[in-house]
Design a binder for this molecule. Sequence first.
Ligand code: FES
Ligand code: FES
Length: 196
Amino acid sequence: MSDAGNIKVSFHLNGTERHLEVAPEYRLADILRNDLSLTASKTGCGIGRCGSCMVLMNGRAVNGCLLMAWQLEGADIVSPEGLDAFATARIVKAALVEENAFQCGYCAPGITATLTALILEHPFAGEADIIAALEGNICRCTGYHSIIRGALAAAERLRDQPHTGEHAYDLDRRINRAVQPSRQGVPVEIAPEAAD
Ligand code: FES
Ligand code: FES
């Protein structure tokens, strides 16, 4: 049954085109977890404070709990599940693992998304940049030292890579689209009840 208040919205999610019909204020965090079974991003505080819901939107880190369905039209969204398609994210994740950056891991997907966005935007990010970027991500376990060490190691490795002049997000996205064209255009229908 269709809800008269629903809107149609189309966007890319992890390289796949999605078409949804949902309430305009339905949150991306809920779409991912409740409707698409993508549960890496968490809904911790639900009010933009903890960063556990972080995703990439057009290459920048945003809180999924603050992103409404009406804001998704035409957007390029990458949830934590899609980060591995990006060379930058794989390097960030490897460096975090090597530093044993996390304990319980609840914050890990959000922090990985934040750090990936930071280093895509600022390949020369230093400790102060990393600390500033992580202001919106709360970790209850670690004290952040291991996370910052991992981020610094990732930034150092990425600095050593050859640069083409193309923005790292565009370069990664172009390569990703080149290797995953077969999943484009798959429609997804969401039951109107899910928007309640
Ligand atoms: S759940 Fe989105 S910032 Fe906490
Ligand atoms: S490792 Fe437990 S909240 Fe960060």
